[in-house]
Design a protein around this ligand. Structure first.
Ligand code: MLT
Length: 320
């Protein structure tokens, strides 16, 4: 009888612990500097997720190795749901094809939820001598290897976008790595670098403000948030299609209840009309409700790795 009571007490305290998640602030660890796409998405979510979670959600920027340092930081933290990895197509897919990672992107991470997806915008400093993409390509070819392209590090989305573009037009670019496209954008606005493949989430505001110029989006369709910017197919670099999706993961072994609470907080945030409008203005495509489950992210993540690793290796994306 005493043993049964003890077992019931242990079960009850376990259930209470799970229900009380989170009992302290949750941290989203982003792999790039403040002001860039990942940081922007993370802060937008963090602000809204505090309502359903009833706790503060903090954003930590752990830049390095195109987002890999941040994933390592999350995987060294206890698997309790309080330290969450926020990353995207390049951090959680591409990096596995080009870095010798000390972790396995599928086995060591537990999917939480897909958040949103956006294409890149090929942007340039205002002073580049080109009025459209064809003229920009001619200028890049006339200055073979001299045109500078800002990136968020080897293998980052901005780097891969630049490599795909350069390969497709038969030209070479000089890549200039930063801790994220946030600081790279400051240099683009200041005219220290020439071009960048930045995600719509941060590029569009700068374009609208007239601080940089947009030449094409890396998508098959124009963005509703930027209908004047042609697609790469329309403008002269056909087939350079890159969609960068952001998502959340926790270390494998995190209690199911914590994963469910975090997932529910994302689902709740993505259902909020104000959040949806903000994301749409930033050029983001929000996944359907069915695509927002941890299982859907797990299957999608695996499929993206299977699709992109051979392509990334064939494209010659290397750690520089
Ligand atoms: C960032 O936040 O700086 C970006 O997500 C980097 C990238 O282009 O991959």
């Amino acid at each position: 009888m005493r043993n049964i009571l003890l077992a019931l007490l242990v079960l009850a305290s376990g259930a209470a612990g799970a229900q009380s998640f989170p009992s302290k602030p949750v941290t989203l660890v982003a792999g790039f500097a403040a002001g860039g796409p990942t940081d922007t998405i993370a802060r937008l979510l963090a602000e809204r997720m505090r309502q359903p979670l009833g706790q503060a959600v903090l954003v930590e920027n752990a830049a390095g190795a195109a987002g890999s340092v941040a994933i390592g930081r999350v995987l060294r933290a206890p698997a309790d749901g309080y330290t969450v990895s926020i990353g995207h197509w390049s951090t959680h897919v591409v990096n596995g094809a080009i870095y010798q990672l000390p972790y396995d992107l599928l086995k060591d991470l537990e999917p939480v939820a897909l958040v949103a997806s956006n294409p890149q915008v090929l942007v340039a400093r205002t002073g580049v001598p080109a009025q459209n993409l064809k003229e920009l390509i001619a200028w890049i070819k006339a200055n073979q290897g001299k045109v500078t392209a800002g990136t968020a590090g080897s293998g980052s989305g901005s780097h891969v976008g630049g490599i795909y573009f350069a390969n497709s037009i038969g030209a070479s670019l000089t890549f200039v790595p930063y801790k994220g496209t946030g600081p790279a954008m400051q240099d683009l606005v200041g005219g220290q670098i020439d071009i960048m493949f930045d995600q719509a989430v941060t590029a569009l505001a700068q374009v609208r403000g007239g601080r940089i110029r947009a030449f094409a989006v890396t998508a098959k369709e124009r963005l509703a948030a930027a209908p004047d910017v042609p697609t790469v197919d329309e403008a002269g670099a056909p087939g350079v299609h890159i969609a960068i999706w952001h998502a959340l993961w926790v270390p494998r072994g995190t209690p199911k209840e914590a994963v469910a609470r975090l997932n529910a907080a994302i689902v709740d945030s993505l259902a909020d009309p104000a959040v949806r409008k903000r994301l749409a203005d930033l050029g983001q495509d929000i996944p359907s409700r069915e695509q927002q489950t941890p299982e859907a992210l797990g299957a999608f993540h695996k499929a993206e790795i299977e699709k992109w690793w051979p392509l990334i290796k064939a494209a010659g994306v290397k750690v520089e």
